[in-house]
Ligand binder design. Structure first.
Ligand SMILES: [Zn+2]
Length: 265
């Protein structure tokens, strides 16, 4: 049993355009067509039972549309997360509604949404998410589409961790994309979930990856891929081939994700 905690898909009518734009016209490879049915196909191939779909509201008006889409696509295999644009001032009712609709979490992306995680203007939102017991997934570290951009640097996410002790935080891409030495030094071992998406093909060595997961809490690691920007089959094969304790592998495959998702009720 496998749960992908970091996947993406788009409404059928915009998927071709979204894929073209987000892949920078093909410069970033793409492994499914961007639709829910394309993702399900890829999941079947990789024997992935469920995927968490992470959405990002890049404009305030998208916040509401994304909630509607989440409700439309959710199923036994598709677990959509909402997103809230940081420019929206009054978010309390939106967060309550997201919780009330049974959506389990929210994705925030510092670059696509132009904010710094440790900026005080974000604090009321974190407090509301924390009060409702929802999960927040941060894009963390560098981003292939935003070279030299430090808005998602891991120190900022650590500050949020310290300021909001009850907030359920997932730092994507094994704590911080392309910042894994820093993750090992400063972030591993903290009360932060890591999804392991976009890591196996980019990390300097698999030893470094193993060092991180050795230092980190085995209950806070989540399988994730970043599909369609990664191949779900290849990522699941990577985890299968990794020389780690089978108990830990089961936790990363699905047990930790189930526990985290079930904690939202
Ligand atoms: Zn992603």
């Amino acid at each position: 049993m496998l749960i992908d905690f970091h996947a993406h898909a788009f409404p059928d009518n915009i998927a071709p355009h979204a894929i073209r734009a987000l892949s920078k016209n093909g410069a970033i490879p793409c492994f499914h067509d961007g639709t829910i049915s394309g993702l399900l196909c890829s999941m079947d191939e990789a024997e992935i039972e469920k995927s968490v779909i992470l959405n990002v509201a890049t404009k305030p008006s998208q916040t509401e549309n994304i909630i509607k889409w989440c409700l439309k696509i959710r199923s036994g295999r598709i677990i959509p997360f909402a997103s809230v644009h940081p420019e929206i001032r009054e978010t309390k009712n939106i967060i309550k509604r997201i919780k009330g609709e049974g959506i389990k979490g929210i994705k925030l992306h510092p670059m696509y949404q132009d904010f710094e995680p440790d900026d005080e203007k974000m604090f009321p939102l974190y407090e509301q998410i924390s009060d409702e017991g929802l999960i927040v997934v941060f894009h963390s570290g560098d981003d292939i589409a935003f070279p030299d951009d430090r808005r998602a640097e891991i120190g900022r996410i650590i500050k949020v961790r310290e300021k909001f002790p009850a907030l359920k935080i997932v730092a994507a891409h094994t704590g911080g994309w392309m910042r894994w030495e820093e993750v090992l030094e400063k972030m591993a071992g903290r009360n932060i979930y890591f999804d392991i998406s976009m890591t196996s093909g980019y990390i300097k060595s698999h030893e470094l990856f193993k060092d991180i997961i050795k230092k980190h809490d085995g209950d806070k690691l989540l399988f994730g891929t970043d599909a369609p920007w990664a191949d779900q089959k290849k990522e699941s094969d990577f985890l299968k081939g990794l020389e780690i304790d089978n108990k830990l592998r089961e936790k990363i495959y699905h047990l930790n994700a189930e526990g985290l998702l079930d904690s939202v009720r």
